[in-house]
Design a binder for this molecule. Structure first.
Ligand code: GLV
Ligand code: MN
Ligand code: MN
Length: 436
């Protein structure tokens, strides 16, 4: 398809005219979320649909089937991202308004984190298609692959690849050291052409992402829509504590180099970085493995991950420095060696004011109250923010629960959020066209 001639497609300001009454099909949206939640449903509770696993592949296949039924087209890019578009849109034809999220989960996560944003993006695209809405800046929906990094240890895998910031992607692996390439091939991606997943600069006019809040603010205040103004940055540290595995009954307490005890000190120090010392917003030890993990042997090695988050770049750096100092202190005191390696750093970002305005305008059109707020969770949007203006919409999470089986949102709020996304796509046309 040749590059679109925006002038020939009518004035951008006229896009909203005649479409104020447009709404998503709420039952279709909720039904699809229900179906998608069955893919990777974990017998132990929640959904385990890890990025680039067979379950994520099945979720992508489900989306492809929905698109085929709806007369929409799909393509899987070399990084395993799924792009959904109307038949007349070809990737690379013109800068587009990209809208999406991810369909992978953490281990025993919820059915809405990411999935909601993708199913809603598909719903919006389908409504635009069914009503033959002519957009000056065409919309493309995306299901980014492996946002969580729970299996292949590279969070934001798909958005990084699409935005050209996936450095050394083929070095990524799972915790057992199996390389990403075989996973990627099974996902319909292409290890040999991974670099080709990157879109040329300027091809994304703007990006919108709808997501559950994953925290308690909106529910507590009784506000249905969050207008995100910024997203936290995050640093992940891989920490290896090496002591000496020895007999638990015969080794005198004073002679031990117990990696488990040293790791316990580190876990507490990490928590204190964000409480007593308050150098960063949050600090978490979420993963820990002990070797040999035997009842009557002193632990020889512990591997754990530490992540620190903050919306302020300086505090993010201080959080990492603080954890490193504490690790050095524990090493000196315990006689264990403590190796700290940063495996990921994502920057805090701001959303674009014109896109915030588009979201506020959409909520106003629909008569929905809104609150401007930061995001404490990471999102693909923060990667896209490095190459294009972004906007994000939140809906309430019941009791603020997320990354856990109890993750839930009132169905009415889910439908409201999707309608806000639809009207944000219409309302963001002027902001997106300004970039072209
Ligand atoms: C993304 O899911 C995050 O961990 O914030
Ligand atoms: Mn998540
Ligand atoms: Mn998410």
């Amino acid at each position: 398809m040749p590059k679109q001639n925006l002038q020939a497609r009518g004035p951008v300001d006229g896009v909203l005219e005649g479409h104020a009454g447009l709404r998503v099909d709420g039952e279709r949206l909720l039904g699809r979320l229900e179906e998608l939640g069955k893919i990777g449903a974990d017998p132990a509770g929640g959904v385990t649909r890890l990025g680039l696993s067979a379950q994520e592949n099945a979720a992508m296949a489900y989306l492809r089937d929905l698109c085929a039924e709806a007369g929409l087209e799909t393509e899987t890019d070399p990084a395993g991202n799924l792009l959904l578009h109307r038949p007349h849109t070809r990737r690379g034809a013109a800068p587009v308004l990209l809208v999406g999220s991810h369909v992978d989960t953490v281990v025993q996560g919820g059915r809405l984190d990411g999935a909601y944003g993708v199913i809603a993006a598909l719903e919006v695209l389908q409504v635009l298609h069914e009503h033959d809405v002519d957009l000056p800046v065409e919309m493309v929906a995306v299901a980014f692959a492996n946002e969580e990094g729970a299996l292949i240890q590279t969070p934001f895998w798909g958005s990084r690849a699409l935005c050209g910031s996936l450095e050394d992607g083929l070095a990524a692996e799972d915790r057992a050291g199996r390389p990403v390439s075989a996973y990627l091939t099974r996902a319909g991606g292409s290890p040999e052409r991974l670099q080709d997943a990157a879109w040329p600069p300027g091809d994304i006019a703007a990006y919108l992402e709808l997501h559950i809040e994953q925290g308690p603010s909106l529910e507590r205040l009784g506000v249905p829509i969050g207008v995100v103004d910024g997203i936290v940055g995050r640093t992940i540290l891989d920490v290896e504590v090496v002591g000496e595995a020895q007999h638990a009954g015969t080794t005198p307490m004073a002679d031990r180099r117990d990696a488990m005890v040293a790791a316990a000190e580190i876990v507490l120090a990490v928590q204190r970085a964000a409480t007593e010392r308050a150098v960063c917003a949050t600090a978490t030890t979420g993963y820990l493995e002990a070797h040999p993990n035997v009842t009557n042997t002193i632990t020889g090695t512990v591997r754990l991950t530490v992540e620190v988050r903050d919306t302020d770049p300086g505090r993010l750096v201080r959080g990492e420095a603080d954890v490193r100092e504490e690790c050095a202190r524990v090493a000196a005191a315990s006689g264990c060696t403590v190796d700290v390696r940063a495996s990921m750093r994502s920057r805090p970002v701001s959303t674009a004011p014109p896109l915030r305005d588009a979201v506020r305008g959409a909520a106003d059109t629909l008569g929905l109250a809104h609150l401007t707020m930061p995001s404490g969770a990471g999102h693909d949007a923060q990667i896209v923010a490095l190459v294009a203006p972004i906007g994000m919409i939140f809906v309430p999470s019941k009791r603020g629960i997320s990354h856990a089986p109890g993750e839930d949102t009132d169905p009415l709020d889910l439908v409201h959020g999707a309608n806000v996304l639809l009207h944000s796509v219409l309302g963001a046309q002027a902001a997106a066209a300004d970039r072209i």
